[in-house]
Design a protein around this ligand. Sequence first.
Ligand SMILES: Cc1ncc(C[n+]2csc(CCOP(=O)(O)OP(=O)(O)O)c2C)c(N)n1
Ligand SMILES: [Mg+2]
Length: 316
Amino acid sequence: MPVSTDLAHLEALARELRVKIIEMLVHAKSGHPGGSLSAIDMLVALYFGGILRHDPAQPYWQDRDRFVLSKGHCVPALYAVLAKAGYFPESELLTLRKLGSRLQGHPYFHQPPDAEIVPGLEGSTGSLGQGLSIAVGFALGAKLASRDSRVYCMVGDGECQTGQLWEAAMVAPKIRRPHYVLDNLTVLVDRNRIQNDDFVENTLPLDPLLDKWASFGWAAREIKDGHDIGQILEGLDWARSVTGQPAVLVAHTIKGKGVSFMENNPKWHGVAPAPAEGLQAIREILGVADAKWADYLGAHPEIAAIVNRIAALEKK
Ligand SMILES: Cc1ncc(C[n+]2csc(CCOP(=O)(O)OP(=O)(O)O)c2C)c(N)n1
Ligand SMILES: [Mg+2]
């Protein structure tokens, strides 16, 4: 899929992938919608906005940039992006979390013959706090090998309560200096203010979060609206321009973004929508009024097919 800097095109792509996320979760009957929907615009900007240097035809090309989804429970968003980019067939998305599927509920990076690899995944993540350590290793590895690969890592804000994350955050700006400087590493914090069953603020407040990263030696900047793809691309451009230290972008997002009943509601951290909820979610994501839905489906056979597959589940 070619890269684009056309914001309207990227926004349409994000809507399309939000629909896929809902469809996958309804069929899987489990999974994490809230954090997948808060992350998807950043993933679209990264993979389709010309930031990440990657090639779906050569997933493990040595000079590629790497993306590590440290908040691994939100992997439906990453699977939707990888399939759209051409790493594996989109039809496979509906095998999410099914027995025997390689699309597990958290990214599972394994070499054959024990399991079939998911092209495009860079590591097994989901035990929160670990992904940044993997990313720091990749960033250092690229420097040691004199490769100009960049490494991106997305973490959750609840994840920013883990000790291992801060060990990695402490290491990245200092390790092997002055010979190697990890200015090839960018962290995206999905600051949706909700963790598993409550608001982050009620569990363990994080602020001043930006100052914490900065005090550990990171160039730190906020993205005021982490759903505005223009702002995300600007932030990522800035991160690429930083030299002498790693960069972090704290992106303010809304958990469940795009679906009224999921937005900013901790209930939707780790619960799949039932078929009827999924259908409403898809209509809302596409911004179609109830009264116009039938006409819309008549004009959009690809969405009608998704709706029919979900409606068939309802009847079961
Ligand atoms: C080490 C570890 N502890 C606990 C969990 C269980 N868990 C899964 S998701 C989650 C909350 C994550 O919140 P956040 O990082 O804010 O993710 P997001 O809001 O983006 O979904 C927790 C505690 C885990 N996966 N790993
Ligand atoms: Mg969160």
